[in-house]
Design a protein. Structure first.
Length: 207
């Protein structure tokens, strides 16, 4: 599969040094690398290059399915390997939002030693919990746990068959303590989709 990427960096004439720090920006669900545009100026002005990619199944990249972080971490690992071997990068950090933040945590928890630190903007702590919260918010009534569990089991079985991954594995709260690099957690207090308590839980466990 082909992953479409963009690397924003100074020209050879403008570079202060041959090797510069790089941040890989990881977009959220139903988005693309265009999401990285607002962070270009502040990072480039501070001597940090920005590498943005369209995850498989998103933007202009190949792929049919989005896995909310499960397979996306392989895209990140490929980008990290590319930058590490480029000869123009000194250190590598990850900046992820929503799905991208979950991807960053899952990638680092696997022990990727080339990553120096990550910014996690609005990650979910557990997809099952998020699904129940979303259902209650959408229906505006409390949803019985049994009903949510039954619906999730149907969805889980379908995704396992069609996309070959288990949605129960999408629980960063179970692996965040395995992250051995500095993590900055960010959340919006008025986020209507991923409640800030997800970020708070991840922060408390990681610290």
């Amino acid at each position: 599969k082909r992953i479409r990427c963009s690397h924003f960096e100074p020209s050879a004439m403008e570079r202060a040094t041959r090797r510069m720090p790089a941040v890989i920006y990881l977009h959220g669900n139903s988005s693309s690398r265009l999401e990285a545009l607002p962070v270009l100026s502040p990072l480039l002005q501070r001597g940090v290059t920005v590498f943005a990619l369209d995850f498989a199944g998103s933007g202009l990249s190949d792929g049919e399915h989005v896995s909310l972080g499960y397979f996306e971490r392989e895209d990140v690992e490929a980008a990290v390997e590319y930058l590490a071997n480029s000869g123009t990068v000194s250190t590598i950090g990850l900046w992820g939002r929503s799905m991208g933040a979950v991807t960053a945590l899952m990638c680092v928890a696997r022990g990727h030693h080339s990553i120096s630190g990550i910014v996690c903007d609005s990650p979910f702590a557990d997809l099952q919990v998020l699904s129940k919260e979303f259902a209650e918010s959408y229906l505006q009534i409390p949803v019985p746990k049994l009903m949510v569990s039954a619906a999730l089991e149907i969805i889980r079985s379908t995704i396992l068959q069609r996309a070959n991954f288990d949605i129960l594995d999408l629980a960063p709260i179970k692996i965040v303590d395995a992250c051995t690099v500095p993590v900055m957690f960010v959340a919006a207090h008025d986020d209507k989709f991923i409640d800030p308590h997800h970020t708070k839980q991840l922060y408390e466990i990681s610290s």
